[in-house]
Design a protein around this ligand. Structure first.
Ligand code: GLC
Length: 686
């Protein structure tokens, strides 16, 4: 059941696609919640209550005990003291004495005090403007999420090649450098499907241009890569360079498609290209115009993109920069005391993404002119929507890969997300795992973190362990920052281990793709906290470092340096596969309960549920190589194990769930049937 309550005169975020009638805010108020005033509501929590959701955020699977603020922020320091990351995902579920979900649909800043001020109180404050509140109820957590996802529409589906391994780096500066990356993978048979092009492929960071000197004859280069089953994935940034003669800039100015100041002049700030304008992503005409520009690269053979800096990030705004420079000047020649020094430091830092600068420009929306800060959380969403809608027009038959940094619920219909600039820290490996269920709840199924860590220097063991989680995430991308230690597999010694671990992703591809597609087409989750599958198990709700990954398995990656294994909680008897490669694994049946399980640096732990199957392939060096017709089945049969395998051509937009499913059964005596027929020649059981 979903109930809808409208407060004030909310801006339509278009997050919700389903019409549902509005409830009066009557005498009884809103079920479960106490209203303090028009935009603050609270709930008194029971000691055992758990809170799931809020998508992209720091801290654990259970979100209780911290203050989260929805305000899309370009902040690369994802430590646990942060309140906001790049996204605003305002959906959560309280599970305990009562079980209900809450979606706060509003484009501005919202704070979620989940037992931070008072351990027992949950308080949500919508800081400005009207909002729509949705309250969901269901006996099952998973069903409640499904209802929410039906409300907000089907999740984005990328092409199948986007489930292959991606090697990325800020930046591969030339075509030859990219060729070298590809050569090192292909020569040593380490699988690879794509290479990202970061900002340096552009001509002086101008969107929809290619630097002809560093990437000569780009269409030919794209083709050459394509012949090796490699897709190039260029980045697109939110800011458009201010430069006479640059057509994107000139057209935008001519048509009034950029965000403006109060006096009507175009708003200027500084990002990679220097002075930029922001396209008015909330103006449908500007959105269509910006989206059409992707054609320039689609026409050169590109089939995937990533949208960046779309919170939108600002390095500086000239007016504020001047003020800061004036203030800084005053310190010159003075004897700076330590507190003044701290103030000075703060002042200098305030140049970057200064909240006041977001009040200096306006959008021309269908609901009229509106100041940016009031609709801030919708910018990245609408940039990606611009692209997603354009792809439907420009590539009506083939899916195009798209993932964004900033997002709001609703954007999940147009693209996936990567979780931004993490660090090469073990704690960020764990954070990657802990974020996945919340992201799935909010509709973001195509997602992944920068494997190995983006900022700072990675180590070989961290990269290996992180890849051991990354083989399960739909987006599997190794990405790192300029000036950090290089982290392509060949920077380290254990070539065989990297080949085998990355190879496992290709072995698991039939399962990963099936689980992703079934989740997308039935509005389900792919990664779930244990309590979503074992609601009666009181210990399951406290597990913070294991996940159910699809319907058949539980994953429990090692996330501590030098650990030879880890403690794992099994809610039921399971069959452990300790995998070293597609063909090298040992198995052991473990009873329900707590175990210490060994996992060497080159081993992945997969826990298979009773009467379940994991269909694997024999591997491949690219997704196109993976043969769907020969399967290796992991199975744990008590009575009969059943699996619905999904497969399709990997690119058509029109997907038909029923027609794409193959039913597989394994009986207790080992008999395997595919769609009811004996299939000994097609499958090998393991
Ligand atoms: C941002 C992105 C990062 C990218 C860099 C340069 O920090 O989050 O992924 O490499 O910009 O474009």
């Amino acid at each position: 059941m979903i109930q809808k309550y409208v407060f004030g005169n909310p801006f339509d975020t278009e997050a919700v696609v389903k019409e549902i009638p509005e409830e009066p805010i009557g005498e009884g108020g809103i079920p479960h919640l106490t209203m303090a005033d028009g935009n603050v509501f609270s709930y008194r929590m029971d000691d055992g209550d758990v809170i799931y959701g809020l998508g992209e955020n720091v801290r654990g699977i259970n979100k209780r005990g911290w203050l989260y603020i929805s305000r899309c922020t370009d902040d690369s320091h994802h430590q646990e003291d942060k309140h906001s990351l790049y996204a605003a995902h305002n959906f959560f579920i309280v599970d305990g004495r009562e079980r209900f979900g809450v979606f706060v649909d509003t484009p501005g800043r919202v704070s979620f005090d989940l037992g931070y001020t008072d351990r027992r109180m949950l308080t949500v404050t919508v800081e400005a403007g009207g909002f729509v509140l949705y309250i969901l109820e269901d006996d099952s957590l998973r069903e409640m999420v499904r209802q929410f996802r039906k409300l907000t529409g089907r999740s984005y589906i990328p092409p199948k090649w986007a489930f292959g391994y991606c090697q990325s780096r800020w930046s591969y500066e030339t075509a030859d450098e990219v060729r070298e990356v590809v050569r090192r993978h292909r020569e040593n048979h380490v699988p690879l499907d794509s290479v990202c092009l970061d900002i340096d492929y552009m001509e002086r960071f101008k969107d929809f241009t290619v630097d002809e000197e560093k990437f000569p004859d780009f269409p030919e280069f794209v083709k050459e890569m394509g012949e090796q089953n490699i897709h190039l994935v260029p980045i697109i940034d939110a800011g458009v360079k201010v430069e006479e003669g640059y057509p994107v800039y000139e057209e935008g100015v001519k048509n009034g498609y950029f965000c403006r100041r109060e006096d009507g002049s175009e708003f200027v700030c500084g990002v990679w290209p220097g002075r930029v304008h922001f396209p008015d992503m909330l103006n449908p005409d500007a959105r269509r115009w910006f989206g059409d520009w992707y054609r320039v690269l689609l026409d050169q053979g590109i089939e995937g993109f990533w949208n960046d800096m779309n919170e939108p990030a600002m390095f500086y705004e000239e007016g504020h920069l001047e003020e800061v420079l004036d203030e800084v000047e005053k310190f010159k020649g003075t004897n700076i005391g330590i507190y003044e020094f701290f103030d000075w430091q703060k002042l200098v830092e305030s140049v970057h993404n200064n909240p006041g600068d977001y009040e200096k420009f306006y959008h021309q929306t269908p609901a009229g002119r509106i100041r940016h800060d009031k609709v801030h959380n919708l910018f990245g969403y609408n940039m990606t929507r611009a692209a997603g809608e354009a792809f439907e027009r420009l590539s009506p038959d083939r899916r195009i890969l798209m993932y964004s940094r900033s997002s709001y619920i609703g954007m999940h219909r147009y693209g996936g997300i990567w979780t931004g600039d993490n660090y090469s820290w073990w704690s960020h490996l764990l954070m990657n795992l802990q974020m996945l269920p919340g992201l799935n709840m909010c509709g973001f199924l195509y997602t992944g973190a920068d494997l190995g860590g983006f900022g700072s220097d990675t180590t070989e063991d961290l990269l290996l362990r992180w890849l051991e989680l990354g083989i399960f995430t739909p987006l599997m991308r190794n990405h790192s920052a300029l000036r950090s230690r290089r982290q392509e597999y060949y920077q380290f010694g254990s070539e065989d281990d990297f080949r085998n671990i990355i190879g496992l992703r290709y072995g698991l591809l039939p399962y990963i793709y099936s689980e992703f597609m079934k989740a997308a087409l039935t509005d389900d989750m792919m990664f779930m906290p244990l309590a979503f599958v074992y609601p009666e198990d009181s210990e399951a709700a406290g597990v913070e470092d294991q996940l159910m990954a699809g319907e058949s398995i539980m994953i429990a990656p090692v996330y501590k340096q030098n650990a030879a294994g880890r403690y794992v909680y099994l809610p039921e008897e399971m069959k452990l596969y300790r995998m070293r490669s597609v063909t090298d694994m040992d198995t052991e049946v473990l009873p329900a309960g707590h175990h210490y399980v060994k996992a060497a640096l080159n081993e992945v732990l997969v826990f298979l549920r009773p009467d379940h199957i994991v269909p694997m392939s024999c591997g491949g060096e690219s997704v196109a190589d993976v043969e769907g017709s020969k399967l290796r089945l992991l199975h744990f049969v008590k009575n009969q194990a059943v699996y619905d395998l999904y497969d399709d051509d990997g690119y058509s937009r029109n997907t038909d769930l029923e027609k794409s499913l193959t039913g597989i059964t394994v009986d207790r005596d080992g008999t395997v049937k595919v769609n009811g027929e004996f299939a000994a020649d097609r499958v090998l059981t393991i």
